[in-house]
Design a protein around this ligand. Structure first.
Ligand code: HEM
Length: 423
């Protein structure tokens, strides 16, 4: 009589563990999993594919608070050493010491000093003056495929644009920029960690930058590297090593992010025809307002930064009601926070005219993206020029056949095949 009826489980099923993360399905569309986490386990303990245990913060209010909480350090030295002792790999804590002095790995007061110095050279004015060059680069890349009627917008457009733009801005001579393109390509194809070919590319890039900085010190120009060398604050300058690390992080932080903002953004426009038509109409009428709000909305709706916002608890603390131990890694999931219905009306709807849109796509607090003005400039030029010059641009693939990179750090398409009528 105490036998359960046939078909009933003998035991209480284990407590729901939540959706499977880090699968191909997740890489293709992580948003259902993020919704589940926000709802059921907003500060979620998970094991990353590298074996590292980390907390995922997915609600907007918690994410914003965590990004601004100084007890959560960017310095990987605060990570629980035991994970390293067990030989687990794949987090910034294992980066080489000489890469450690950049903005995304340090806390105040060093961060404050370096950020103040770089802000003197990388000014909004410098970016604004760069607009004509970005337009020229954008048009040049489109010229190369406009007569063909088809293209892969990732490889032929979204990928080269940011790398040439940042090289120009830094002052890397044109004849060396294709080397940068190759090194960056290696880094993007083989993921975040400095292993194998990636390690070699990072090494070559650093060697090149150190040499370039040395040359710019002897013969300064009007470029950002010369500006970094010149920048001084209260009698302080960047050391040669700091300047090299700064140039490296500007390249590294500003490259794949922008590739994917352009790629994800164009994909979202191509799969939301009314929104795209609205934008095309506004652009034809010379109304740039919708382009500006639209690029912010594309970043909120499907931003490039997935799990790249590492923090390490310097002491025990509580986030969203969850106790976190000293040394624990915390990942603020910006893409999940930016779809939080508690903060955004109809969060899963793409609305290019959304104005109440304080998204976290560029982060928040002292590490707020230094390159946001440049990213906006590039994305606005890229999307507007594509729509203007190739007005009947359409996907040349079933969206279901498109492959997303499953790198966890960045969310972006591997390819974006399109067709259009040639002019
Ligand atoms: C920081 C996103 C483009 C340079 C950040 C952070 C985010 C972000 C989320 C904060 C990370 C954290 O708090 O852990 C993006 C997105 C971009 C973009 C979505 C493009 C769509 C750029 C560009 C550059 C750049 C073009 C430079 C050329 C930086 C730097 C930091 C940073 C230097 C570190 C700032 C600091 O720690 O003080 N970015 N970024 N980013 N970004 Fe960007």
């Amino acid at each position: 009589p105490d036998q359960p009826p046939a078909g009933c489980p003998q035991q209480t099923p284990p407590k729901a563990q939540g959706p499977e993360l880090f699968t191909w399905e997740f890489a293709t569309d992580p948003y259902p999993a993020y919704a589940w986490l926000r709802e059921n386990s907003p500060v979620h303990r998970t094991t990353l594919p590298s074996g590292i245990e980390a907390w995922l913060v997915t609600r907007y209010a918690d994410a914003r608070q965590a990004l601004a909480d100084q007890r959560l350090s960017k310095n990987p030295a605060h990570h629980d050493e035991s994970a390293h002792a067990k030989g687990k790999t794949g987090i910034p804590g294992e980066r080489k010491a000489e890469l450690m002095t950049h903005l995304l790995n340090i806390d105040p007061p060093d961060h404050t000093r370096l950020r103040r110095l770089v802000s003197k050279a990388f000014t909004p004015r410098r970016v604004a003056e760069f607009a004509p060059r970005v337009q020229e680069l954008t048009d040049g890349l489109i010229d190369d495929f406009a007569g063909r009627g088809e293209a892969d917008l990732i490889h032929e457009f979204a990928f080269p644009l940011p790398i040439y733009a940042i090289c120009d801005l830094l002052g890397v001579p044109r004849e060396d920029q294709d080397d940068f393109r190759d090194w960056a390509g290696m880094m993007i194809r083989h993921g975040g960690g400095p292993r194998g070919g990636v390690a070699r590319s990072v090494k070559k890039m650093r060697g090149y930058l150190a040499d370039l900085i040395h040359r710019k010190r002897l013969a300064p120009g009007d470029d950002l590297i010369s500006g970094l060398i010149r920048a001084s604050d209260r009698g302080e300058h960047l050391t040669e090593n700091e300047a090299a690390a700064m140039a490296f992080i500007l390249l590294f932080a500003g490259f794949e992010t922008t590739v994917n903002l352009i790629g994800n953004g164009m994909y979202a426009l191509l799969t939301h025809p009314e929104q795209r038509a609205r934008l095309q109409k506004a652009l034809a009428e010379g109304d740039m307002g919708l382009l500006e709000t639209g690029v912010e909305e594309l970043l909120r709706f499907d931003g490039p930064v997935e799990l790249a916002t590492w923090r390490f608890a310097t002491e025990a603390l509580t986030v969203g009601g969850q106790r976190i131990a000293a040394g624990d890694p915390v990942l603020v999931v910006l893409a999940a926070a930016d779809r939080d219905p508690e903060r955004f009306e109809r969060p899963d709807t793409l609305d290019l005219s959304r104005t109440d849109n304080q998204h976290l796509g560029y982060g928040h607090g002292i590490h707020y993206c230094l390159g946001a003005p440049l990213a906006r400039l590039e994305a606005q030029a890229a999307l507007a020029t594509l729509l203007r010059r190739l007005p009947d641009l359409r996907l040349a693939s079933d969206p279901a056949d498109l492959r997303w990179r499953g790198g966890l750090i960045m969310r972006g398409l591997r390819t974006l095949p399109v067709e259009f009528t040639t002019a």
